[in-house]
Design a protein around this ligand. Structure first.
Ligand code: ADE
Ligand code: ZN
Length: 341
């Protein structure tokens, strides 16, 4: 084997073997075409597809909105508690296979409540799967409740009120959906209330939207992490701020490729951001729509960018540092990674 092949092979093994966290994952975006098909049959929901392969073939996107249109349609098959259990359980089994030991999962209540599904239906389904994964796999799982930014701030307030019986299951609040035209400033009051209630805060910003949206998320929402944030590189003063304050950017390489945020994986800026000492790490966003779970995202970097072992290990350690785990637990996982190298 040539030396470069041997290095590639070692890095591929490390990607699988290292304990990892995932910090940016929409549970509705982990709905696999087969499960979507099965649940549609179960409930007699008519889909705009004639087969599972037809669903897969439809996943060609030109931007965020073209994806979101299919993503919301796909979620229409999720109707009863067991559907939400199956959705969550399938993702957590995938985490176990890929050695993801901790995950912080976004869910979009308004996608379901707008269709008449009660909070209790999805929360109980999620809870059952999470408890099972904690018991069977020893995994830790946090939930992030995300508001849909194409809806009004009043709708987000209503969502926050409806979630009250489940506050003990929710670690953080997030902001997702159509970014352009829906800046963080639209949600300043509801996040202020969320912060007062004790939630941590994350927000999608700088995915399709400009660097100014990242500034707004920092200054107006007081975020603990930015989801995506890759367009921050367009503003040198923002880059300096993100570096100084080590504000995490939860980067999603395959998502950025599939949604045409970058035209070519070889042009992705994640390693440049890492080289500049920004707190970046790898995530899968909506794996069933974008062609890969966490390890496939790392592999996409390995196969298209000059990813070194040092950079890989830093990305994986960052995924723990930027998590909402207790400090001591982070320290233990990072020590475990060092012991494996
Ligand atoms: N909802 C699910 N995936 C998303 C993404 N990549 N950006 C914004 N909202 C989303
Ligand atoms: Zn996302």
């Amino acid at each position: 084997m040539s030396e470069s092949k041997a290095i590639q092979s070692r890095l591929e093994s490390l990607i699988q073997a290292l304990p990892k966290t995932e910090l940016h994952l929409h549970i509705e975006g982990s709905l696999e075409p087969q499960l979507m098909w099965d649940l549609a049959q179960k409930h007699g929901v008519s889909l705009a597809y004639s087969s599972v392969d037809d669903i897969k073939d439809a996943y060609q996107f030109e931007d965020l909105q073209s994806f979101l249109d299919l993503y919301y349609q796909g979620a229409s098959v999720l109707l009863d508690e067991d559907d939400f259990y199956q959705l969550m359980w399938a993702y957590l089994c995938k985490c176990n296979e890929q050695h993801v030991v901790h995950t912080e999962i976004m869910f979009d209540p308004q996608t379901h409540t707008e269709r008449g599904i009660e909070f209790s239906v999805f929360m109980k389904g999620f809870e059952r799967a999470i408890k099972q994964a904690e018991n069977e796999f020893g995994m830790s799982v946090y939930l992030i409740m995300s508001f849909l930014r194409h809806l009004s701030e009043d709708s987000a307030f209503a969502c926050l009120a409806q979630a009250k019986p489940y506050y003990n299951m929710i670690k953080a609040l997030g902001l997702d959906s159509s970014e352009l035209g829906n800046p963080p400033s639209k949600f300043e009051r509801v996040f202020k209330q969320g912060k007062e209630l004790g939630f941590l805060i994350v927000a999608h910003a700088g995915e399709e939207g400009p660097a100014d949206y990242v500034w707004e998320a920092i200054r107006l929402l007081d975020v603990d992490r930015i989801d995506h944030g890759v367009r921050s590189s367009e503003d040198p003063s923002l880059m300096e701020y993100l570096k100084t304050h080590q504000i995490p950017l939860t980067v999603c390489p395959l998502s950025n490729l599939k949604l045409c945020v970058v035209n070519d994986m070889a042009q992705h800026n994640i390693l440049d951001l890492l080289d500049m000492d920004l707190m970046v790490m790898v995530n899968s966003d909506d794996p069933s729509y974008f062609g890969g779970y966490l390890n496939e995202n790392y592999l996409a970097l390995l196969h298209n960018l000059p990813l070194t072992e040092k950079a890989l290990v830093k990305l994986v350690k960052n995924s723990f540092s930027a998590s909402f785990l207790p400090k001591e637990t982070k320290r233990e996982w990072i020590a475990k990674i060092d012991s494996l190298l």
